[in-house]
Design a binder for this molecule. Structure first.
Ligand code: KDG
Length: 303
């Protein structure tokens, strides 16, 4: 049985290396990006059987993505290719005020995902997807919206991942709230919840999303709260120097889900989330190295 299927859009990222504003024409490096495939890479690195499902073009970018995922031991057998649409691309633009992103993904192969895309999947313990899928196109939004209904016996994990460059809060607020209210595990940052729903506190976010089986509200450098059957559980975040924040949310979700899939308990799962996020925050790329195995083992021991 497959442990997790992560699905959504993966893209090629073009990132200045060393980090410098794009307008200066710096040397760049290409990499594989995508919130859901990032989660898959971490979980596969932990030895779980993880598949990534998405749609790619038939271009060299698609080969770069599948090559990267296969090298990370992520199963790509479920990937669909489309000869008539390109693989998406995004550029990172490091600015003194923070990293900006520029997407070239409209009409990408992944934007043609639609209802039925997750039919006939192998049996699997957990499906993980994000709100980015709901922002890609009308058909992808219909797919994201149907997931809680079609997931069968698989647990559903959903990271709200509001991307302001793709849609406005007005367009996103009801769609993302509706999905998050019907999944088993939902992740959301306090800042994005504020942008979407005007909430100020983790408790107010829970009042907005009472239907999520477990709701994890992340309050950046302070910590994260899981609202679930056991009541609210809080875990403080470690203090660290942030090199670049992109990808930290994916790392957090991966750490938490690793804890869930290994029966670590809610508090330890939150701490695993922080541990993985720390790793992503301490590198310029979207994905950090796996945390120290001793630190993981101290938290992931079954209860
Ligand atoms: O979470 C990191 C992502 O932002 C990045 O990998 C690209 O999936 C991506 C997106 O849509 O922003």
């Amino acid at each position: 049985i497959v442990d997790a299927i992560c699905f959504g859009e993966s893209m090629v990222v073009v990132a200045p290396d060393p980090p410098q504003p794009l307008c200066e024409g710096p040397p760049t490096r290409l990499g594989c990006a995508g919130a859901e495939s990032n989660v898959a890479i971490y979980l596969a690195g932990m030895g779980l059987h993880v598949a990534w499902r998405g749609r790619l073009g038939t271009d060299p970018f698609a080969d770069l993505i599948t090559g990267t995922l296969n090298a990370a031991k992520v199963d790509t057998d479920l990937v669909e290719t489309d000869p008539n649409a390109p693989t998406g691309v995004y550029f990172k633009d490091p600015q003194p005020t923070g990293t900006q992103v520029h997407y070239y993904r409209s009409n990408s192969a992944a934007s043609h995902m639609g209802p039925g895309f997750m039919d006939c999947m192998p049996s699997c313990r957990l499906w993980h997807f994000t709100g980015i899928t709901a922002a890609l196109s009308n058909s992808a939004r219909a797919l994201a919206t149907e997931i809680p209904k079609v997931s069968g016996a698989s647990l559903t994990s959903f990271d709200v991942n509001y991307r302001p460059a793709l849609w406005s809060p007005q367009a996103a607020q009801a769609v993302l709230r509706d999905i998050a209210n019907r999944v088993d595990i939902a992740f959301v940052g306090l800042d994005e919840a504020h942008a979407l729903w005007g909430t100020e506190t983790p408790q107010q976010v829970r009042e907005t999303l009472p239907g999520a089986g477990t709701l994890v509200v992340k309050d950046a450098a302070n910590g994260a709260t899981a609202f679930g059957p056991m009541g609210p559980i809080w875990a403080a975040a470690p203090t660290i120097d942030i090199v670049e924040p992109v990808g930290a949310g994916d790392a957090f979700a991966a750490g938490y889900l690793y804890g869930l899939l290994t029966d670590a308990g809610t508090k330890a799962s939150l701490e695993l989330g922080h541990l993985f996020a720390r790793s992503a925050l301490s590198v310029a790329g979207d994905i950090g190295p796996l945390p120290d195995p001793h630190d993981i083992a101290a938290l992931a021991k079954p209860q």
